[in-house]
Design a protein. Structure first.
Length: 315
């Protein structure tokens, strides 16, 4: 089975934890231990987010004013190297040398005319109080949006068109090597008039980029690991309903939160419409997710359209 596993932010940095190298490694260590069993039996690609880390690097850049701050595309490349190194090392250690693991710096082609550049939605960096967020917005000319009860910086998140290194990743899998790639959605690039790739100032959603990669390498399934048990309709309201299985067409009719669950659902729809399957569920219950005891599965078609958890429990 060829599988793409997209690690959510909780696999790298849990809410409330300081974003230190020690916490990053500890979280990645436990994540890779959980993934080791699947890695032994599958052609596996691991992708990962970088929102908190790229935001932290941006802040650190701003604090040192002797030189101009590095642009977002270079910061995205930095986080790919930083996080990819730790994931590669911890997964190789968990596998005790049974499989080779390679971290690949990847770039993602986007459209420079994508409307996302006029409407930033991608949350990056640490959370702020309302007062601190207002000060940061004024000082750095940032766009700020709510993240739960707090606030975070938001940047453009254009749709991924293709992953430049997808053929290389396919070759690695066919040779028996596990790949760590598309970190933070890959470094976003546009194609100029001469056909050259040029970095752009944005952060691509890692789930949508993972879906693009899954389609390009012919993956059987995309697994998006998060801290929620299910995708839920009307989440956080008295009429919330947890979704067990849904067709791509049926779930596309529902509304989900921008910058949160919506990119995961959109990624799942993209994979399902290409003929694959997508699973969304909790990292700490990966076996249960794979065996369909928890989590949400999106498939190309389903007679019922959507099957909810309460329907299964009644049955």
């Amino acid at each position: 089975m060829r599988v793409v596993v997209a690690l959510g932010g909780n696999a790298l940095a849990r809410r409330g934890e300081p974003m230190t190298a020690e916490y990053l490694r500890a979280n990645v260590h436990s994540t890779c231990e959980a993934l080791a069993g699947l890695a032994r039996t599958s052609e596996m690609v691991i992708t990962h987010g970088n929102g908190p880390q790229v935001g932290l690097l941006a802040l650190q850049n701003l604090a040192y004013q002797d030189v101009a701050a590095y642009p977002l595309d270079i910061l995205g490349a930095e986080t790919q190297g930083m996080i990819g190194y730790v994931v590669q090392q911890e997964l190789a250690n968990a596998l005790q040398g049974e499989r080779e693991v390679a971290a690949i710096l990847t770039t993602t082609v986007v459209d420079e005319d994508d409307p996302a550049f006029a409407h930033p939605t991608k949350l990056i960096g640490p959370q702020y109080s309302a007062h601190d967020a207002a000060e940061a917005a004024a000082a750095y000319r940032w766009t700020i949006a709510k993240d739960g009860d707090l606030f975070r910086r938001v940047v453009p998140s254009p749709d991924p068109i293709s992953i430049v290194q997808a053929p290389l990743i396919r070759n690695l899998l066919e040779a028996g090597t596990l790949a760590v790639c598309v970190g933070g959605g890959g470094v976003p690039v546009r194609t100029d008039a001469k056909g050259r790739h040029v970095g752009v100032q944005a952060v691509v959603d890692k789930d949508l980029a993972s879906a693009a990669l899954a389609a390009e390498i012919g993956a059987d399934v995309l697994i998006m690991l998060t801290d929620g048990d299910y995708v839920s309709e009307n989440w956080g309201t008295p009429v919330q309903r947890d979704i067990v299985t849904a067709s791509a067409d049926a779930i596309s009719q529902l509304a989900f939160a921008e910058g949160s669950m919506k990119p995961k659902v959109d990624a799942a729809i993209r994979v399902a419409r290409a003929g694959g399957r997508a699973l969304i569920g909790p990292l700490d219950r990966l076996d249960d997710l794979l065996n369909r005891r928890i989590g949400t599965e999106i498939v190309p078609s389903l007679d019922e359209g959507i099957v909810y958890l309460d329907q299964e429990q009644v049955a």
